[in-house]
Design a protein around this ligand. Structure first.
Ligand SMILES: C[S@@+](CC[C@H](N)C(=O)[O-])C[C@H]1O[C@@H](n2cnc3c(N)ncnc32)[C@H](O)[C@@H]1O
Length: 306
């Protein structure tokens, strides 16, 4: 007998408690086999987040026994149903995504913030940045929603920041986030195909979370990831198209002693095979020590030299 699939029916208008509602969402998500990875990693956390957000409750402890009237409960169930039927990541349903304590506006014009570089900027992964006075100018290349540029600005208060992306649509989302954080003057947004519009600009730090998904992985992406802009994910046949461009051009835009910090997926072995003479440093993040590499300008030039 086929399973009942309650999310195919109209959302029931029955009163309940916050805890029961979250458990209902969790069961539905598990039964429907939806995919996670845009802020939460499992059905329970996703259901709790959507329940609390939809009820306008703080995103802290779940008030298990708090009563929810029938209409509000139906509204939350309707959100669960949309999550399942449309396979929309929760962040696109709620139009918000979180990196540590910072929330960002999110919609389908830009990738949902989740970069491991955020952990280095927030200090939740161990990493020694140069001292603030040494970082006068910084660049966030491939900025998308500007989430990393904003974290840069929060960490390095006196640094001038440029944030570039090829996608005008993504930069519209970036603009919303800059306005929210009142950083419209400190962070300059620019449309640019990688470094092409940066002239002779020189930076003490360049960070980048570029597109790095391999072609064959692109073909088998879960529906939730297909809701994000393809240009934000597709990294060419071996996933290293962007890394190649960045490594070949970054030195021109780095000041002496400048740092390049790039996220590349779990591509450490591929990257080290492709650039065997490059002295990469791979800081440990929650994704492991194969996701983000760091190079100094000098290390980069030495690694490129024949
Ligand atoms: C993985 S997303 C990262 C977005 C953001 N930095 C973050 O961490 O959430 C990659 C970004 O690279 C941009 N991009 C793709 N191709 C580009 C290119 N040729 N030049 C500049 N940006 C590009 C995409 O538009 C997308 O916003």
């Amino acid at each position: 007998m086929p399973s009942p699939k309650p999310w195919l029916k109209p959302a029931p208008v029955t009163p309940t408690t916050v805890g029961q509602l979250a458990r209902q969402g969790q069961r539905w998500f598990e039964d429907a086999g939806i995919c996670f990875g845009h802020g939460t990693t499992n059905a329970r956390d996703e259901a709790i987040y959507l329940t609390l957000f939809s009820l306008g409750l703080p995103l802290g402890v779940l008030p298990e026994k708090k009563q929810v009237n029938g209409l509000d409960a139906a509204r939350v169930r309707q959100v669960f149903i949309r999550r399942i039927k449309l396979r929309l990541p929760a962040a696109y349903l709620t139009e918000e995504a979180w990196l540590g304590p910072f929330s960002f506006y999110a919609d389908s014009r830009a990738l949902i913030p989740r970069s491991y570089i955020a952990e280095l900027l927030l200090g939740s992964a161990p990493f020694e940045w140069p001292s603030t006075p040494k970082i006068r100018r910084a660049l966030d290349l491939c900025t998308g929603s500007a989430c990393l540029a904003i974290l840069l600005a929060k960490r390095f208060k006196s640094t001038a920041i440029d944030a570039t992306d090829i996608s005008k649509e993504a930069l519209e989302v970036a603009r919303i986030n800059l306005t929210r954080y009142r950083l419209g003057k400190k962070i300059q947004l620019k449309v640019s195909d990688y470094f092409s519009q940066l002239d002779t600009a020189c930076y003490d730090v360049i960070i980048s979370n570029p597109p790095y998904v391999r072609q064959r992985v692109m073909h088998s992406l879960p529906e939730e990831y297909r809701q994000e802009p393809e240009i934000a994910l597709a990294g060419g046949k071996d996933g290293l198209d962007a890394v190649r461009i960045i490594l070949n051009n970054a030195a021109t835009h780095l000041s002496p002693g400048g740092l390049l910090v790039v996220e590349c997926g779990h591509a450490r072995s591929r990257v080290e095979r492709a650039w065997p003479r490059m002295a990469f440093f791979w800081p440990l993040t929650s994704g492991g020590d194969d996701c983000v590499f760091v190079l100094t300008r000098e290390g980069l030039l030495a690694g490129l030299a024949r």
